[in-house]
Design a binder for this molecule. Sequence first.
Ligand SMILES: Cc1cc2nc3c(=O)[nH]c(=O)nc-3n(C[C@H](O)[C@H](O)[C@H](O)COP(=O)(O)OP(=O)(O)OC[C@H]3O[C@@H](n4cnc5c(N)ncnc54)[C@H](O)[C@@H]3O)c2cc1C
Length: 328
Amino acid sequence: MLGGGHGFLQGQYGLLADQLINARIILGNGTIVTASKTSHADLFWAIRGAGHNFGIVTEYTLRVYDAQSDDTWAFQQFIFAGKQLDQLYTAVNTMKKSQPAQVVEWGFITRMPVLDPVNPVIIYTILYDGPLSVAKKYSAPIRNLSALQTDSREVPYLALPGLTGNGGNDIACQKGATLLRFPIYLESVNVTALQQVYDAFDQMMVQQPAFNNSFFLVEGYSVQGVQKVPADSTAFPHRGVHMLLTPVMVYLPDAKLDVAAVKHGQHLRELLLQGSGSTELKAYVNYAHGDESLGSMYGFEPWRLDRLRKLKKLYDPEEKFSFYAPIH
Ligand SMILES: Cc1cc2nc3c(=O)[nH]c(=O)nc-3n(C[C@H](O)[C@H](O)[C@H](O)COP(=O)(O)OP(=O)(O)OC[C@H]3O[C@@H](n4cnc5c(N)ncnc54)[C@H](O)[C@@H]3O)c2cc1C
């Protein structure tokens, strides 16, 4: 929440940080303050996007919403062979232009030897807050492609973490594994660059089987709810971007592998940055590896960093909260 908070409901209601009404924070000097629109409003601005820099949040009040009365989410999952990447993401780029607020797209490139013993597959999921019959209209271009495997059903909201690989027993949540992320936000996918990523990812696993549990995450969020919140009203800087792509390097802790893991993660991300035609890497602070610039994580508009630096001096002058992605 303190770094933004992406989620399945953001198209409808905004980021998790956008639901924050007030927070009780212990500052570095031991003082306890309440941050809200009416109390320490400057700190309230900062903790919605850069919060881990300012203190320890011990209590907070969040805005919540009633679930739809029948709690029905349409879950559609398609697993494609790597050679279908071009077709799939060409269709996705077109669909993105009219992505409804109720839709989240969630993809992984990963190894799944049961379906393809040689190359990684692409798992592509569309979640829709509503009935399957309506969701199927949106997914028609994907359903027309011949997937290796499909699964379509209606499920309750609480089933979604498990179905998207975010359950407690899934790889992403494994205890004891090293998990390094290299995030990049993109407006759309450059299919040629993504193909290069796929090929490099594939090669990497052939050359270094220790990285076989790694995956490449392609998150496709709707942003209507996120954009309803004025861009300058919180420290979260990247409100307009639909896609969050992240190589996630997963391996059993082994210091000898660290340099290679970082090199691969950075290379995969660099391919996408080059493909985007931009030199500005926009990164989600909560996924950041630590090599990103402050502009990447907190925004490139000079006023944002100026403001964060002034607030850091005011609320954490001794830099006690500078463990992760520190403002300096
Ligand atoms: C499996 C998995 C799934 C994820 N899914 C999502 C997702 O769907 N959407 C999303 O937005 N992100 C997601 N993330 C990323 C997640 O937002 C970040 O990892 C986030 O930092 C987790 O917070 P934490 O408090 O658990 O982590 P920690 O590692 O404990 O903390 C991260 C940073 O926040 C600081 N911090 C922690 N608690 C407090 C506090 N009370 N007050 C002040 N600072 C604090 C810590 O000091 C540290 O600097 C996911 C991560 C994983 C591993």
